[in-house]
Design a protein around this ligand. Structure first.
Ligand code: ATR
Length: 272
């Protein structure tokens, strides 16, 4: 039995153990996956202990994703671009850092929601860690345009600066805005701010939702977020972050085990 876990603080609420248990059962993989509460000042020690105990890998959640990127002995391109790591692989004395959050989001949009990204207009709300993690995967899908809108506009401008070159290579127009200065309408609007946690709505104009737009909040809970309610009132199809969670887990599972589980089954089972 190969051992894995999710490291966080807090971590009791994490749905990852049940998702990975479902994937293991479905694919016949002999793994154990548990929750691992790390002290706020003890992430590195926790990882070293897991390695010493023979764990094969781990997921990393709040608040350790940035620290995991610093701790990894090797980062792949998407983890480096994200500046954050949610998946660790312990192999051959190395701690390899990857980030499956962005790919999970792309899979949820294109496969689960059935919305193509290529050639479309994308609005990304927020410019923190979650938004940064989504940028390279979005750019690689070659939308026509990505506008990053943030409460603090210079942070959005800094992201545009950091990703200008790769966006250019993929023919993607990249722009920054404030919430109230977002111009035009979009096919895909992703809320990557943490505003939903506080029950706040980013003050964006209702006209941002184009005909048939998809609005996705990276957060999830038992109720729709204020952003989802707002988007639904203005004609968008809405999704929460549960699909992204299930997809990032599938991507991590595939990295560790070399087999890709069927996510649709697990996503259906998790919807209340
Ligand atoms: P995460 O890892 O969740 O992205 P983060 O890096 O702290 O967390 O980034 C939080 C993001 O949510 C930022 O874009 C932040 O905006 P600022 O850059 O202006 O701080 C945004 N955010 C947090 N609370 C918000 C609120 N109540 N309304 C709007 N945006 C908010």
């Amino acid at each position: 039995t190969d051992k894995y876990c999710v490291i966080g603080h807090p971590v009791a609420h994490s749905k990852s153990p049940e998702i990975h248990a479902a994937y293991a059962a479905q694919t016949g993989q002999d793994i154990r996956y548990e929750r691992c509460l790390a002290p706020l000042d003890g992430f590195a020690e926790t990882v070293q202990r897991l390695v010493a105990e023979g764990y094969r890998g781990a997921n990393v959640t709040v608040p350790f994703k940035l620290e995991a990127a610093r701790l990894a002995t090797r980062l792949n391109e998407r983890a480096r671009a994200a500046g954050a790591v949610n998946t660790l692989v312990f192999a051959h004395g190395e701690i390899v850092g990857d980030n499956t959050d962005g790919p999970g989001l792309m899979a949820d949009i294109t496969r689960n929601a059935g919305v193509p990204i290529r050639g479309r207009r994308v609005l990304l709300l927020g410019a923190g860690g979650a938004a940064r993690g989504a940028l390279l995967p979005f750019v690689q899908e070659a939308p026509r345009e990505i506008v990053i809108a943030n409460r603090t506009v210079p942070t959005a401008e800094a992201l545009v600066h950091d990703f200008a070159q790769v966006a250019g290579r993929h023919g993607v127009r990249l722009g920054a805005a404030g919430f109230d200065t977002v111009d035009g309408s979009f096919d895909i609007v992703v809320n990557a701010t943490s505003s939903s946690l506080a029950g706040d709505l980013p003050p964006v104009p209702p006209g941002i939702f184009g005909p048939g737009a998809l609005a996705l909040d990276m957060m999830y809970g038992n109720q729709p977020t204020v952003f989802m309610d707002f988007a639904a009132r203005h004609g968008a199809a809405v999704r929460d972050g549960l699909g992204m969670l299930v997809e990032q887990a599938a991507e991590a599972f595939a990295i560790w085990r070399g087999v890709r589980p069927d996510t649709a089954q697990v996503l259906r089972a998790m919807r209340p």
